[in-house]
Design a protein around this ligand. Structure first.
Ligand SMILES: NC(=O)C1=CN([C@@H]2O[C@H](COP(=O)(O)OP(=O)(O)OC[C@H]3O[C@@H](n4cnc5c(N)ncnc54)[C@H](O)[C@@H]3O)[C@@H](O)[C@H]2O)C=CC1
Ligand SMILES: O=C(O)C(=O)COP(=O)(O)O
Length: 482
C-alpha cells in the first residue's frame, strides 16, 4: 500500500536570492527518509521494480496503475531546483534529497552512486568519470536549456536518458539582454556604481538611444529570435547569423557570415550553444572586425568569448562596453568564490569601465524556474513510471500510452540496446513466449530503444523475461515495469 513519504523541511524552496553561500555540505535541505524494509525486488543490478497496489485516488480518477514501488526511487536534486519539481516528485512518492548548490566531484561521485535520478542545472558536470559511478542511474534531468555539462553520448551508451527544458527560460534571457543593451548604451551601471560610491556624475557624452541602432544576434534559436522581436519593438534594426537558414522574424535579416554581422552591428549578442565550433568563437580577430565603439553581450556559455582578447579590446576603447553573464570557470556556490576562482584576468575584468558582470542569471526568474521545474519534473516521471522518452536529448523518442487498471496482468518491457542488425529478431523471439500487446522501437545513432507491453505475465515469468533480455549480446539496460 502507498504511504506518505516524510520529507524534511521542504514546505518551501528558497528563492534565488536566498541561495546559501555556505559550502555545499552545509546546505542540504532534504534528506532521504529511511524505510524499515526496502522493497525485496529492488535490486540495483536487476533494476526490476516491484509492483505496487494502485492507490485509490489514482485508480478512480486516472484509471492508471503506478506500476512499481515508487517509494524505492531515489532522486538527487542539485543547484536549487524549483519547488514545482519537488512537488511533482513528492506526489509520486519518490525519495528526494536536494542541495542548493552543485557538489564537488568527490561528493558527487559518492552521492550519485545509488540514485535512480539526478536533477542538475548548468553548473554540475556529469562527465564519463562521474556517470561511470552511477550504478543505478536511469535518467538525468537538466533543469535548464544547455546540456553541454553532460556527456550525452556516454550517458546514452550506459542506458541513461537525459531530458532538458528547451525553451522555458528563453524569454527571461532575452529580457535581460535587452535591458543590458539599454544599460550599456547609457552607461547606466557606471552611473549607478558612482552614485553608490557618493559621486554625482551627470554626463551625456558617448551615451545614446538604442532606437535605430543595429543589433547583431549570433545564434537565432529560441533566445536569439525572442530577442529579435523585443529589440525591434524598441526600434532597433536586427541582423543575425546562424549556421542554418532560419526564417527572419519581423524585418530582421540573416547575414551570410559572422564577419559580415560583426562589421555591421552596433551591439552583438551571442546565443549559441557550447560546441567545439563555438568554443573561442569570439577572439581578437572577431573583436577587431566589430565597429569602433560597439558593444558585445555574452549570455550563452563562458567559453564562447576569449576573455583576454575582450579585455584588450575594451582597454583600447575599440569595444565601448560589454555584458557577461557566463564565464569559463563558474563557482559551484554563491559567495566570494567568484574572484578567487577566476584566472589572471580577474583583476582586469572587475576594473573595466562599462562592463556589466552578472552571475549567470539569464534564466533566473521565478517564471522560468517554476516552468522548468514542472516541465523537466514531468518528463522524468513519465520516463521513470512509463518509460516514455518524448523530449529526451540523447535517446530516440519512444512512447506507449500508460498502462490502465484493466491491463493489470501486463508487464512493460523497456529495453535499451545497441543499434545493430538482428537485435529485434532476438528480442521478439523472447517476447513471443507471451502475448505482445503493443510495441514501439526507434534508434538514434548507435542507441536503440524498445518499449513493449506484454500481457498474461506471471510474477515468476517476470524475472525469467528480465534475465533473458539482459543476457542478449546487445543489451545496454533493461527495465520491467509491472
Ligand atoms: N545565461 C543563461 O542563464 C542562459 C544561457 N543559455 C545558453 O544559451 C544557449 C542558446 O539557447 P537557445 O537559444 O535556447 O538555443 P537554440 O538551440 O534554440 O539556438 C541556438 C542557435 O545557435 C545556432 N548555432 C549553433 N552553432 C552555431 C554557430 N557556430 N554559429 C552560429 N549559430 C550557431 C543554432 O543553429 C541555433 O539556431 C544555450 O545553449 C545555453 O548555452 C540558455 C539559457 C539561459
Ligand atoms: O538554461 C541554461 O542553459 C542556463 O544557462 C541557465 O542555467 P542555470 O539553470 O541558471 O544554471
Amino acid at each position: 500500500m502507498s504511504r506518505p513519504i516524510p520529507i524534511k523541511n521542504s514546505s518551501r524552496r528558497p528563492a534565488e536570492s536566498e541561495i546559501s553561500s555556505s559550502p555545499p555540505s552545509a546546505v542540504e535541505v532534504n534528506s532521504w527518509p529511511t524505510y524499515p524494509s526496502p522493497s525485496p525486488f529492488l535490486d540495483s543490478n536487476l533494476a526490476i521494480f516491484t509492483r505496487r497496489q494502485s492507490d485509490s485516488s489514482r485508480s478512480t480518477v486516472a484509471k492508471q496503475l503506478k506500476p512499481f514501488a515508487t517509494r524505492d526511487i531515489k532522486i538527487l536534486l542539485l543547484e536549487n531546483i524549483n519547488q514545482a519539481a519537488h512537488d511533482i516528485f513528492r506526489k509520486q512518492g519518490y525519495q528526494v534529497e536536494s542541495f542548493n548548490t552543485s557538489l564537488p566531484v568527490d561528493q558527487l561521485i559518492e552521492k550519485i552512486h545509488d540514485v535512480h535520478v539526478i536533477g542538475i542545472r548548468s553548473k554540475t558536470n556529469l562527465t564519463s568519470q562521474i556517470l561511470q559511478n552511477a550504478r543505478n542511474l536511469v535518467v538525468v534531468g537538466c533543469f535548464c536549456i544547455g546540456t553541454n555539462q553532460v556527456n550525452l553520448e556516454f550517458a546514452a551508451k550506459k542506458g541513461i536518458a537525459v531530458f532538458n527544458s528547451p525553451f522555458s527560460n528563453s524569454r527571461s534571457v532575452a529580457e535581460l539582454v535587452l535591458a543590458e543593451i539599454v544599460c550599456l548604451a547609457r552607461q547606466l551601471c557606471e552611473r549607478s556604481m558612482e552614485m553608490h560610491q557618493g559621486t554625482w556624475n551627470k554626463v551625456s557624452a558617448h551615451c545614446s538611444e538604442i532606437r535605430g541602432k543595429t543589433l547583431g544576434i549570433v545564434g537565432y534559436g529560441h533566445i536569439g529570435s525572442q530577442l529579435s522581436v523585443l529589440a525591434e519593438s524598441m526600434g532597433m534594426k536586427v541582423i543575425y547569423y546562424d549556421v542554418v537558414p532560419l526564417m527572419a522574424l519581423g524585418t530582421a535579416k540573416q547575414m551570410t557570415s559572422l564577419n559580415c554581422l560583426l562589421s555591421l552591428a552596433d551591439f552583438v549578442s551571442l546565443h549559441v550553444p557550447e560546441l567545439a565550433e563555438t568554443t573561442n568563437m569570439i577572439g581578437q580577430p572577431e573583436l577587431a572586425a566589430m565597429q569602433q565603439g560597439s558593444y558585445i553581450i555574452n549570455a550563452s556559455r563562458g567559453h564562447v568569448v576569449q576573455i583576454p582578447a575582450l579585455i584588450d579590446a575594451m582597454k583600447s576603447g575599440h569595444i565601448a562596453g560589454a555584458a557577461l553573464d557566463v564565464y569559463p570557470n563558474e563557482p559551484v556556490a554563491n559567495g566570494p568564490l567568484f574572484t578567487s576562482q577566476l584566472n589572471s584576468w580577474t583583476e582586469d575584468l572587475v576594473h573595466l569601465k562599462n562592463l556589466i558582470l552578472s552571475p549567470h542569471i539569464g534564466g533566473s526568474t521565478e517564471e522560468a524556474q517554476s516552468a522548468i521545474g514542472a516541465e523537466v519534473g514531468e518528463a522524468i516521471v513519465r520516463y521513470v513510471n512509463e518509460g516514455a522518452t518524448t523530449g529526451a536529448v540523447n535517446f530516440p523518442e519512444v512512447r506507449l500510452r500508460p498502462l490502465t487498471l484493466e491491463e493489470d496482468n501486463h508487464a512493460r518491457v523497456l529495453h535499451v540496446h545497441q543499434n545493430v542488425p538482428g537485435v529485434l529478431r532476438t528480442v521478439n523471439e523472447i517476447l513471443s513466449e507471451h502475448n505482445v500487446d503493443k510495441q514501439f522501437s526507434d534508434s538514434r545513432g548507435p542507441i536503440a530503444y524498445l518499449m513493449a507491453d506484454v500481457s498474461n505475465v506471471s510474477t515468476n515469468e517476470i524475472e525469467n523475461l528480465y534475465k533473458k533480455l539482459t543476457a542478449t549480446p546487445y543489451n545496454i539496460a533493461t527495465r520491467l515495469l509491472y
